[in-house]
Design a protein around this ligand. Sequence first.
Ligand SMILES: C[S@@+](CC[C@H](N)C(=O)[O-])C[C@H]1O[C@@H](n2cnc3c(N)ncnc32)[C@H](O)[C@@H]1O
Length: 187
Amino acid sequence: MREDIERWEAKYQAADPDPELRTDPLLSSHLADLHSVGSALDLASGSCHSAVFLAQQGYDVLAVDCSATGLAIGRRLAQREQTTIRTLTADLDEITLDKEAYDLVVCLRYLNRALFSNMKTVLKPGGLLFFKTFNVHHLVSSPKFNPAYVLQPGELSQSFKGMVMIDLNDGEDPKITQSWIVARCWQ
Ligand SMILES: C[S@@+](CC[C@H](N)C(=O)[O-])C[C@H]1O[C@@H](n2cnc3c(N)ncnc32)[C@H](O)[C@@H]1O
């Protein structure tokens, strides 16, 4: 949505231009599952913290986001961390992604249900998906959060059935306000 894109661009323009690298525990806790070679795609990468972490592990990473400013922050972050990433400024509602092109796909804190099937088809056989975002329990502490952007309990296992589950929290526990999935495509 155009307004969302403008809002995010303004947010990154006002953000710290040189943030410290933050690695989401979903990625760092699955280091043993990362093959450390091949191609990775960071969808809605923002300022590319996941992309930079994956590049440090040895992946050739493409970070995609609608905010050119967020991606510029990410490229500087990669440089400071002595690694490289590729970036693409694009609207994920419009983009066509190559099929079976990536060994790993990550998408954190961005819910676009229309992308779910692409998140599977862009993976090579055996490829890994990392997806985590807010669920319905988040609305208790943040009632102004847009309810369209939260996952319902059970939604991830339903949406990604057919993949091999490695780690799943699907919103059953009301104390955990994000749902996540780590899953592998069949070989
Ligand atoms: C909450 S941030 C998450 C950023 C990053 N994944 C993270 O966890 O730090 C959501 C991101 O989605 C991006 N975004 C929102 N709508 C988008 C769209 N239609 N196409 C591409 N990116 C979009 C925003 O620019 C923002 O960087």
